[in-house]
Unconditional design. Structure first.
Length: 383
């Protein structure tokens, strides 16, 4: 088969890591020829895979314009499909807006579209919620029209999506930690946290609104007021101005690193005691398997998506309550037995995820299966 891998629409977030991880394994599938269309944000990936004998790399940033949105056509992508004799298109994460004239399988990672009951929405003003509802309906419309088959990274999300897409096929193929976590030679240790005699809490995340990092400030105040002798700090991979505004009293308990390269992440985990995720809305977050891989206990929000991903390998708290978050932190920090228990459960929970090799196998198998089934259905019509 000639398969077009479409990552031309990826610009930020975890999708870039998934694209890199998946594309770097394409040389293992020599039975197929791949045309890989990458945005310039994946230039490093392009350099890695352009040497593969079964891969052709094309750099292209698919624009978001009115014409593509309404017609589903992109002249560059249509030309590639025709010129390269593409049999199927696999968009790593959609919606692509572009509607290929061949079988199209798309990844889905837009939690906003399916988790309408998230507390993330309850905090919005009425006009913000109205705009959010409008955006959600546009995204769902785009997803429904641009692809034939879908996959998500969380069975809970797949179940939600199936109910919305009215019978369309939705597979589940989980995410995982990036290969760098198993390649010690690539680890770097350029970021060394200041010496500290206390508990270090880490999350590796951008400051998107749904990540709810703003809960950290009132949580710091809660802990300092209720447990004045408790020594703790939060380590964040964002800039200070993204979080603190007119509240300098919390700064002594927060370390701001800004964006960090992937190769530095394992060393940051090594320097931490607890990993947390305050997110209110996710299809998947690599923080969970990364923490499990690095042997760190997890504190996270008590929501369905997080329980689906962590099982009993996390300590959960009421997602919008700084007091509940603070109590969870204090409890875990002072209970060695519980920390060790969560670490061991994390190791077991990690086996429920698809490894990066298993993920690639499953995704390629989905393309093969759906292509054969589509061809069989087409042939049967003409018998």
């Amino acid at each position: 088969m000639r398969i077009l891998i479409n990552a031309s629409n990826l610009k930020k977030g975890g999708g870039l890591q998934v694209a890199d991880s998946f594309c770097c394994l394409l040389n293992q599938y020599e039975r197929h020829r791949f045309v890989v269309v990458l945005s310039h944000y994946l230039a490093t990936t392009a350099k890695q895979i352009e040497k593969y004998s079964n891969v052709k790399v094309i750099m292209y940033d698919m624009p978001k314009n009115i014409r593509t949105f309404f017609t589903g056509r992109d002249m560059q992508m249509d030309s590639i499909v025709e010129k390269e004799g593409v049999d199927a298109v696999f968009t790593i994460f959609g919606p692509s807006l572009w509607i290929p004239k061949v079988l199209h399988i798309s990844g889905f990672a837009r939690a906003h579209c399916v988790l309408k009951d998230s507390p993330y929405f309850t905090r919005m003003r009425w006009n913000e919620r109205l705009m959010s509802d409008f955006d959600r309906e546009l995204l769902l419309w785009a997803f429904k029209r641009c692809a034939n088959v879908y996959f998500t990274e969380n069975e809970y999300i797949s179940t939600k999506l199936r109910s919305i897409l009215n019978g369309k096929t939705v597979y589940t193929v989980t995410n995982y930690y990036n290969q760098v976590f198993d390649d010690y030679a690539r680890w770097t240790d350029g970021i060394n946290l200041p010496q500290f005699n206390g508990i270090t809490l880490l999350t590796i995340s951008a400051n998107y609104p749904h990540k709810n990092l703003s809960i950290i400030i009132p949580t710091v105040h809660y802990l300092k007021e209720k447990y004045p002798d408790f020594s703790f700090r939060f380590v964040l991979t964002i800039d200070k101005e993204n979080l603190v505004s007119g509240d300098d009293s919390a700064l002594s308990n927060i370390v701001f690193l800004g964006k960090v390269p992937l190769t530095e992440c394992p060393h940051l985990y090594e320097q931490s005691d607890i990993v947390f995720s305050s997110s209110l809305l996710e299809c998947f977050t690599a923080v969970y398997p990364e923490a499990m891989r690095m042997g760190k206990p997890i504190i996270t929000t008590d929501l369905n998506f997080s329980r689906s991903l962590c099982g009993d390998a996390a300590l959960y708290y009421d997602a919008l309550s700084p007091a509940a978050f603070g109590e969870a932190i204090y409890k875990l920090a002072n209970d060695d037995l519980l920390r060790n228990e969560l670490v061991e459960k994390g190791k077991k929970q990690l086996t429920n995820y698809d490894t990066y090799e298993a993920r690639a196998d499953k995704l390629i198998s989905i393309v093969e299966k759906e292509y054969m089934q589509r061809n069989n259905n087409l042939n049967s019509r003409y018998k």
